[in-house]
Write a protein that binds this ligand. Structure first.
Ligand SMILES: [Zn+2]
Length: 59
């Protein structure tokens, strides 16, 4: 599974999230703490066509 790498909506820094830090809220939604500001960030997993392995957009 590709790790979600994107800018934190709170501090704006790029987040590299460890697998073990990720909490699955449902099959499409993950939650993890920002490694910089420790805010809980929620991400929708996009599993449609060419974007399946691409960047994850905030919902
Ligand atoms: Zn942050």
């Amino acid at each position: 599974m590709p790790l979600p790498v994107s800018g934190c909506p709170y501090c704006g820094k790029l987040m590299w999230v460890k697998d073990e830090a990720i909490e699955w809220l449902d099959p499409q939604t993950i939650r993890f703490p920002c490694p910089h500001c420790h805010a809980l960030v929620r991400r929708k997993m996009v599993n449609v066509g060419a974007t399946a392995a691409g960047p994850i957009k905030p919902s």
